[in-house]
Ligand binder design. Structure first.
Ligand SMILES: [Ca+2]
Ligand SMILES: [Ca+2]
Length: 490
């Protein structure tokens, strides 16, 4: 091909790319709103407005919730970073893609070939796309550079002291305590700085800005003033039930403990570190809330304050001793419940809904709020009906969370039902058991008619087909295999 014919071919390709009437209409729409997406790593419901811990101090997230709709019954699709993010950034469930654990990345799944991610979709609609920090897992974030700008990870999980502070053994990331000295040394401070810089710029096109914070993910380090906000001698431990795990199927206990990298609850409690670890999580959360506040303040003082959709979420929950365990990787409320707040200039603020919501709903919701064409192949629902009518909307969609093939939890407005790959089950009634202490299916008494009906309905919500587990080496893979091996031995 000569240079001239090559140029003509390029020009033709460009014309064809823009000839899609939907894309053209989207790009021409002058009244388009900007999007600010804030993602927080490993933040459970220990947020003031979520009520997960009485001592949580998150004034900025609480104020954001007052300006929009707070989904108090929102859940991740997987209780681990990579699959959760792969799911909400593509609009596909883990059982559709086979990405159940920390590997492989979203771009290696055959089922996701040709599926646009959230930032790519906004780029094709003519948005200026920007990202900073942790949005995708690991190298997936380089995608922002290909469709727009990526500000970098800013140092990831951050600086670490020469010697661990609290947990001398175990995984290198598993530690907690006051460190380093100043906020400015923290990657999340730099993530916020980058986002603030972009909010101060003049943008000729509408923007999609994704800001991904790294805390409270381990190591639970934050500068000392954030610890002083939560004095250790007054720390309340999470409410737990002695021998809570006694009524769990053996498979559930195996899947949530075998081959895990978090410290055991036995070690944390016997070493006297439990209050310190809780303090460190609360301190890390207050620190990240402060960074969220800095970004939101910059938005408020910018020309974009009245035409920007703000969405705040976390990728999954976190145990701090509940069910006698630590970290994520469980199908219980502590593992799946996440903060989810949506603020849109054309919707009322100060709304709260208990209807189940899923992170997989984020993509269709943003398309809906931004007036972009819906993608029927996406598996989530737009949450806009709940923003219009938070309590009375007809809403029959429960939240599905998966941890390996055959291991699924169904969370409805009132119940949680869990099905494991060996056929064992759990059910909890949140109307009188908010901590999921009493597995209704472990009792010898027959279920009431009402509960039997509920059980039947929840069983019917399980995935009908499942993509096979994509191979990879990760804690999740190891735990899943260990649970499967024990099951075969029984
Ligand atoms: Ca995470
Ligand atoms: Ca129990």
């Amino acid at each position: 091909m000569t240079r001239a014919t090559y140029s003509i071919a390029l020009a033709l390709a460009a014309i064809l790319a823009f000839a899609d009437p939907n894309l053209l209409a989207e790009q021409r729409n002058a009244a388009r709103k900007n999007v600010l997406l804030i993602s927080i790593d490993d933040l459970n419901d220990w947020v003031g407005c979520m009520g997960g811990h009485p001592q949580a101090k998150t004034p900025n997230i609480d104020a954001l919730a007052k300006r929009g709709t707070l989904f108090t019954n929102a859940h991740c699709q997987s209780p681990v970073c990579n699959p959760s993010r792969a799911s909400f950034l593509t609009g596909r469930y883990p059982h559709t893609t086979g990405i159940y654990f920390l590997s492989p990345g979203y771009n290696q799944a055959p089922a996701l070939k040709g599926v646009p991610t959230l930032p790519e979709r906004f780029a094709s609609a003519g948005y200026h796309v920007m990202g900073v920090g942790k949005i995708f897992h690991n190298r997936g974030n380089q995608l922002f550079g290909r469709v727009g700008e990526y500000g970098g990870g800013m140092g990831g999980f951050g600086p670490r002291p020469k010697n661990k502070i609290s947990q001398p053994h175990g995984h290198p990331l598993w530690d907690w305590g006051a460190f380093p000295e100043r906020d400015e040394q923290m990657p999340d401070h730099k993530v916020a700085d980058w986002a603030i810089g972009r909010l101060k710029q003049q943008h000729d096109k509408p923007f999609f800005l994704a800001v991904g914070f790294w805390r409270p993910h381990v190591p639970m380090y934050a500068p000392k003033p954030w610890f002083d906000l939560h004095p250790r001698d007054r720390i309340q431990l999470p409410k737990t039930l002695h021998k809570d795990v006694a009524d769990l199927p053996q498979y559930a206990r195996d899947l949530t403990t075998l081959k895990h990298v978090a410290p055991t609850h036995k070690w944390v409690s016997e070493s006297g570190q439990w209050p310190h670890a809780v303090q460190s999580y609360l301190a890390s959360t207050s620190f990240v809330d402060h960074q969220v506040g800095r970004v939101l303040k910059a938005l408020r003082s910018s020309p974009y304050r009245d035409n920007t959709i703000v969405m705040l979420l976390a990728d999954h929950g976190f145990h701090l001793g509940e069910k006698q365990r630590w970290a994520k990787r469980s199908l219980w409320e502590d593992g799946t419940r996440v903060p989810l707040i949506v603020v849109d200039p054309s919707h009322k603020g100060g709304q709260v809904t208990r209807k189940p919501a899923e992170l997989i709903d984020v993509f269709p919701t943003l398309l809906d709020l931004a007036n972009l064409k819906a993608d029927p192949s996406q598996e989530g629902q737009s949450l806009v009906p709940l923003m219009k009518n938070p309590n009375d909307a007809t809403w029959q969609y429960p939240a599905l969370t998966s941890f390996g093939p055959g291991n699924h939890s169904i969370r409805s407005e009132r119940f949680r039902y869990i099905h494991y790959n060996d056929g064992s089950e759990e059910m909890y009634d949140h109307a009188n058991d908010p901590h999921e202490w009493h597995n209704l299916l472990a009792k010898s008494n027959p279920l009431s008619d009402e509960l039997r009906k509920a059980l039947k309905w929840h069983r019917m919500q399980l995935p009908k087909q499942e993509h096979a587990l994509l191979e990879g080496g990760s804690t999740g893979h190891n735990a899943f295999r260990a649970a499967e091996a024990n099951r075969r031995d029984r």
